[in-house]
Design a protein around this ligand. Structure first.
Ligand SMILES: Cc1cc2nc3c(=O)[nH]c(=O)nc-3n(C[C@H](O)[C@H](O)[C@H](O)COP(=O)(O)OP(=O)(O)OC[C@H]3O[C@@H](n4cnc5c(N)ncnc54)[C@H](O)[C@@H]3O)c2cc1C
Length: 335
């Protein structure tokens, strides 16, 4: 699934080397940039304007901002970064790679946009988010983020008490069923060829969760275009107002191959993300990752927090590098 692009005013791309290039301007990238800009670091966020939650009308489950449209949160975030001197460039990164170090041995990276413009930075924060892939069921994608949902904490309250169907994609869907059963008494579990052991069937029966084994052929709309249910491959119609589905989640890696960042897979083919350690440190010196690109389960709050932590860690690392360089220069001057 790709979310729609939201265009906004772009700052000019600086020609001088900046302290940090942030690739991706969602919650993670903007909060990282905020910490860096407030530490008087020169920071440029390059963002293609396609945040993961763009289809959603409002963001939920994050204190104070609950109920705010995602676009408004990002707009306010960009404003705050800019208030501290951070720059936000609208564009798509097509290549990023380590460059020759500076004369004093500090790291350098080149980040190139798809229109050919390029930026040199001392450090890089990757905050590109992830891409959700839905199962290929005709009619499913058009309802993504509205009547087709993945996250009980994001939209669960809004679909409470509705007739909900779980479109199973693997073992994680059983977990999904328990969470959505908390929100409705009318839950149907469409197995779609996935395994369901006897113990789980007994537990489903105990919670009045109906199991449908026949495969789902298509999603059916009512006359107003709203989701009305699914048609099974044997022609049976099952009325549902909401479908919950665990997507395959893949960190967005386009244009980043040159950074040579190691990846990690989730079990059962559920997705993959950039490997990282505390504060978003990666195996590649000078490159950090934050948000959904590193943690596929992070919601907006956790993504913003990860970006903030990575930003503060980058600032600390730069402070050490600045001090090392100053000491080397002082020692050279005194012979
Ligand atoms: C339908 C839906 C609803 C959701 N609702 C909620 C909710 O209610 N509450 C909640 O807490 N969470 C919600 N989430 C989860 C939320 O979307 C994520 O937690 C959050 O977006 C992660 O932030 P991020 O900064 O890591 O990535 P993103 O927000 O996806 O931002 C990444 C940014 O990087 C940019 N980018 C990617 N690659 C490049 C590149 N090569 N060059 C330049 N820019 C690039 C993208 O365009 C995007 O703007 C929802 C998710 C979905 C799918």
């Amino acid at each position: 699934m790709s979310a729609q692009t939201s265009h906004y005013e772009s700052d000019a791309l600086p020609t001088e080397t900046v302290d940090v290039a942030v690739i991706g301007g969602g919650a993670a990238g903007l909060n990282g940039a905020l910490m860096l800009a407030r530490s008087l670091r020169s920071v440029v966020v390059i963002d293609s304007g396609r945040p993961r939650n763009a289809p959603a009308a409002a963001m939920h489950g994050f204190l104070v901002l609950d109920g705010t449209p995602p676009s408004e949160i990002l707009e306010r975030g960009r404003l705050q970064v800019r208030q501290y001197g951070g720059r936000i460039v609208f564009g798509e990164v097509a290549a990023a790679e380590a460059a020759a170090p500076s004369a004093d041995g500090d790291l350098r990276f080149t980040v190139t946009l798809d229109d050919g413009r390029a930026l040199t930075a001392r450090r890089v924060l990757v905050a590109t988010g992830l891409r959700d892939t839905l199962p290929e069921v005709p009619g499913l994608a058009e309802h993504w983020g509205h009547s087709v949902v993945h996250c009980p904490y994001c939209h669960g309250f809004e679909v409470r008490d509705e007739p909900i169907g779980i479109l199973a994609t693997g073992p994680a869907s059983v977990h999904h069923a328990w969470l959505f059963r908390q929100l409705t008494d009318d839950l149907v579990y469409f197995t779609r060829g996935t395994d369901l052991d006897l113990a789980t069937r007994a537990r489903f029966a105990a919670r009045d969760i109906q199991v449908v084994e026949t495969d789902v052929g298509e999603v059916v709309n009512d006359n107003d275009g709203a989701l009305a249910g699914v048609r099974l491959t044997d022609g049976t119609f099952v009325g549902r107002r909401v479908l919950a589905v665990a997507t395959r989640m893949q960190a967005r890696t386009e244009g980043l191959d040159g950074l040579k960042l190691p990846m990690e897979d989730l079990p059962d083919g559920m997705g993959h993300h950039f490997a990282s350690a505390m504060a978003g440190i990666t195996a590649i010196p000078g490159v950090w990752v934050a948000g959904n690109a590193a943690d596929l389960t992070a919601q907006v709050g956790a993504s913003a927090a990860a970006g903030a932590l990575a930003g503060s860690h980058i600032n600390a690392e730069l402070a050490t590098a600045d001090t090392d360089a100053a000491l080397a220069a002082a020692q050279k001057a005194t012979g």
